[in-house]
Write a protein that binds this ligand. Structure first.
Ligand SMILES: Nc1ncnc2c1ncn2[C@@H]1O[C@H](COP(=O)(O)OP(=O)(O)OP(=O)(O)O)[C@@H](O)[C@H]1O
Length: 572
């Protein structure tokens, strides 16, 4: 860090309660202390020189690469992003990392073929920062070095990851299009068409309105696009991570269930009200129209299930397991008909998972199948991350938070407080400097993440971690006259696994040799797998930022001085 030199007249930043940082000018400077007059209010502030970071030379539009800032510190970064955002310059580089600030409004001048053309083959930095520039750099590097590239898109919920990923996919489809891959997949549609068409399908079954985002993806996504040696798309695969399945049966107002329920219900309402309008159109045709990529046989099996879900009588009373809103209430089933209810739920869960898997299978070219087999051979031993290691140890290490959660989940009557107690008493947690117990609570715990401490409420952890099907349900579905449903619970052996997994819990303790399936353990495995893949590729980074909580294209919400919000309460 360069020495901070303050003299009379030096332009600086001063921390302020409401605005986070305001501009000021030094009017008296001593070795240990400076006196600053703030801009606008004219307030006089006395502080240490290091608490008055220097302003960068005047520039009304900010800089498009933050490594060009003479002074790189929090107020400089915030000011730069804020200034650019005011001009709808939502993209900014920090070296080769792209920062993308959600505009919360359509900016058509930024996208489309004419813009793709502009960024084609052009080095990063030559034109204004753009997501196309990152996609282009990855594409060109792949061709030049003949090496796999990855683009990591990160950010909090509602920051714009999904939209950014779609823009990348469009760009890559544009660059690597015109293949004859339709023949290859046997679907009559080219791979790039299928890649793009997969988005509405995945969003229908995997996205829902939450308090943070009206179109929140409730699963992680890894999209793999393969190119041949001519740079033409030859195949694609989508791997999904941890779909939030509990949402299907339990949603809290004002959140909603998965979009598909509302889409199909909308169709049914129109059909009921205007039968003449729809004429001979059926739900099946509707599903085919909006999701052309679902194979005919799968669609024919899924459609009646969706129909059945929509028509299951409304649940009464059991709000805890009842989705909010009318449409998905059908998914909760009738309270009086418990078996039917469970059938509905598990049907839907099966549909969800299978649809996501179907999208994947539709794309998979033979090379990838082999890669999948090879994947099974990978040794999932611990992968070392240099950064953040102690938090990772705490969460996914031996006898860490996830291990202990699995232990507790093996007992049928376990409650959140039992889990909390286990954490408080376990050496691996209580001895970690990243772990603490809130003084007054017996159900919460705090993890000190790199961005600050987060308080977790354990109440829902147990239910959300269980990932097995009750044996009766597995048996019921395995015997279904719907071949599609039956196959899910017989061919894959899921029924046997589910029965085994559920058995110990039902006896009130863990049995020897039983394969226990939990969301936490899957998470660990999938993450390890992802890291192996990413390590083999050249990474590119895009950091998405949600500028404010209102979801409006007005301002960047500046952080309040004092750092992170230590009272944030998270549930899993
Ligand atoms: N580049 C963009 N242009 C216009 N609107 C955008 C853009 N990026 C994001 N948005 C808007 O912000 C909303 C939220 O973005 P998005 O769904 O991509 O967030 P996310 O990071 O994927 O969130 P989650 O983690 O909850 O899935 C979008 O539905 C869209 O309205």
């Amino acid at each position: 860090m360069e020495a901070i030199v303050h003299t009379v007249g030096t332009k600086v930043w001063i921390k302020e309660e409401k605005e986070a940082w305001i501009k000021g000018e030094v009017y008296k400077a001593e070795e240990e202390v400076v006196l600053v007059r703030t801009e606008g209010t004219g307030a006089e502030v006395k502080c240490k020189p290091e608490d008055a970071p220097l302003q960068n030379p005047h520039n009304n539009r900010g800089v498009d690469d933050m490594t060009r800032l003479s002074y790189l510190h929090e107020p400089a970064v915030l000011w730069n992003l804020n200034t650019r955002y005011a001009y709808d310059d939502i993209y900014t580089y920090t070296g080769t990392i792209l920062i993308a600030i959600n505009p919360f409004t359509s900016l058509p001048h930024l996208y489309g073929e004419h813009m793709m053309d502009q960024y084609r083959g052009v080095d990063i930095g030559e034109y204004a920062p753009h997501v196309y520039a990152i996609a282009d750099a990855a594409y060109r590097q792949m061709r030049k070095e003949m090496k796999g590239q990855s683009i990591l898109v990160s950010g909090e919920s509602g920051a714009g990851k999904t939209e950014t990923s779609k823009l990348i996919m469009k760009y890559l489809a544009y660059m690597g299009g015109y293949s004859d891959a339709g023949e290859q997949t046997g679907s009559g549609r080219s791979v790039e068409e299928q890649v793009l068409e997969s988005n509405p399908l995945l969003e229908a079954f995997g996205n829902a309105k939450t308090t943070r985002n009206n179109n929140s993806s409730r699963f992680g996504k890894y999209v793999e696009i393969n190119f041949n040696d001519k740079g033409v798309i030859s195949g694609a695969a989508i791997r999904t991570y941890l779909l939030e399945r509990s949402r299907v049966v339990a949603v809290n107002n004002p959140e909603r269930n998965y979009h598909i329920f509302y889409q199909v219900r909308g169709f049914k309402q129109v059909e009921a009200k205007y039968p003449a309008l729809l004429f001979k159109q059926q739900l099946d045709a509707f599903v085919q129209k909006i999701f052309p990529m679902i194979r005919d046989n799968v669609r024919r099996e899924i459609t009646p299930m969706l129909n059945h879900c929509i028509h299951t009588p409304k649940a009464s009373g059991r709000t805890a397991t009842r989705p909010a809103g009318n449409a998905p209430a059908a998914a909760a089933g009738a309270a009086g008909a418990q078996a039917a209810t469970h059938k509905s739920w598990t049907d839907i869960l099966a549909v969800f998972d299978t649809l996501l898997a179907t999208v994947k299978l539709n794309f998979v070219p033979k090379v990838l199948v082999q890669a999948d087999y090879e994947r099974e051979e990978i040794d999932w031993s611990y992968i070392e991350f240099v950064d953040n290691q102690d938090v990772l140890d705490l969460i996914e290490g031996k006898l860490g938070v996830l291990d202990l959660l699995d232990e507790v989940c093996r007992f049928v009557d376990a409650k959140g407080k039992d889990f909390a107690e286990k954490l408080y008493n376990s050496g691996s947690c209580k001895d970690s400097r990243r772990f603490s117990k809130p003084k007054t609570s017996m159900t919460q715990f705090i993890v000190d993440h790199y961005a600050g401490p987060v308080k977790y409420e354990t109440a829902n952890f147990i239910d959300k971690n269980k990932d097995f099907v009750v044996p009766e349900h597995a048996a019921l579905l395995g015997g279904s006259d719907q071949a599609f449903v039956a196959a899910l619970f017989t061919e894959s052996g899921a029924a046997a696994e589910a029965a085994a997994a559920a058995a110990p819990g039902r006896r009130g303790g863990a049995a020897k040799g039983v394969k226990f399936s939990s969301v936490g353990s899957q998470f660990k495995k999938q993450l390890a797998e992802l890291m192996v893949q990413l390590h083999a590729m050249e990474p590119h980074y895009i950091r998405c930022i949600k500028p404010n909580e209102s979801g409006k294209n007005d301002s960047i919400l500046l952080p309040v001085p004092g750092g992170t919000d230590s009272t944030l309460l998270s549930t899993w």
